[in-house]
Ligand binder design. Structure first.
Ligand code: PAF
Length: 285
């Protein structure tokens, strides 16, 4: 695997590969890689001739400087994991390389970009779209791989692909969430949890999972309220939002019959810092 830091170097390599008819998979990441990322990389390696993994902690998508400062940085270990997964290139540019001048573009795709994370983290999806569109222009992949853990991000990226006119040449591949044995969704932020925080975090998925059974005999509001109450009852956990939405439009559903595809999306603060954890559960698909 080659580690590349300059856009022009990556483009030269990919230009040659494309000329030979090779197909390119892109896995965008912010580093601090774990098994969730590994599953995306392995899938890309299986489905493409070349896999580019970008490792770039994108400052424009952080609306909280503390969150950016705390974010784990582990490039050496990341490269080892990528090598083991069979990636062809690790693209690890500097901030100046990605943003030689400030990115003044503004992306908004309401309603999918304005609800939930869009409302709670103003500017977050704009930053995601800035960096992801740059990566798409640089790499020109045939397929790009995103984890379903960031459910809303996938919906936003799909809108972005349409907007920048790449829907015919680029397929967005959605990959299932990967969990620890106790149910906690794998996330780079998990490494920031203390031992005590790590011990209570699985209560999030436990409540979500139990609510699927509960939902069979209860309405949407009752199910919503039970999940929030179950999680808030655990000392050290506090639900920021839990929304039961249509899995495509991300609009709230009020009755289970409102949509054939219903997902519950949650964000929970864990511990004193606190660390923000995201998860979701599918009620109907
Ligand atoms: O999901 C992430 O890690 C980031 O939002 C992404 C897609 C790599 C863009 O920085």
């Amino acid at each position: 695997m080659k580690v590349i830091t300059k856009i022009v170097d990556l483009q030269n390599e990919l230009f040659a590969a494309r000329k030979e008819g090779k197909e390119i998979g892109l896995v965008p990441t912010m580093g601090a890689l774990h098994e969730g990322h590994a599953s995306l990389v392995k899938r890309s390696v299986k489905e493409n001739d070349i896999t580019v993994v970008s490792v770039f902690l994108n400052p424009t998508q952080f609306n909280d400087q503390g969150d950016l400062d705390r974010y784990p940085r582990t490039l050496e270990a990341d490269c080892k994991l990528l090598e083991d997964c069979g990636a062809s290139y690790c693209f690890a540019p500097s901030v100046d390389e990605m943003y030689p001048t400030p990115d003044e573009r503004h992306f908004e795709f309401p309603p999918v970009s304005t609800v939930m994370e869009g409302a709670k983290r103003p500017g977050h999806f704009n930053g995601v779209c800035q960096v992801v569109s740059r990566l798409f222009y640089i790499v020109r992949p045939n397929r790009a791989y995103f984890g379903e853990k960031d459910w809303q991000q996938i919906a936003v990226v799909k809108q972005l692909v349409k907007f920048i006119g790449m829907s015919d040449s680029l397929q967005i591949v959605e990959c299932p969430i990967i969990r620890d044995e106790d149910g906690l969704a794998k996330s780079s932020r998990n490494s920031l949890l203390s031992k005590d925080e790590r011990a209570i975090a699985p209560a999030i998925f436990k409540a979500l999972k139990e609510s699927v059974e509960y939902a069979k005999n209860h309405n949407v509001k009752e199910t919503h309220d039970k999940v929030v109450a179950d999680i808030n009852a655990v000392e050290g956990l506090e639900v920021e939002y839990f929304e039961i939405v249509d899995g495509n439009t991300l609009q709230d559903v009020t009755n289970w019959e409102d949509s054939p595809y219903v997902v519950g999306c949650i964000t929970v603060y864990c511990g004193k810092t606190p660390i923000r954890l995201i998860d979701h559960i599918k009620y109907k698909e």
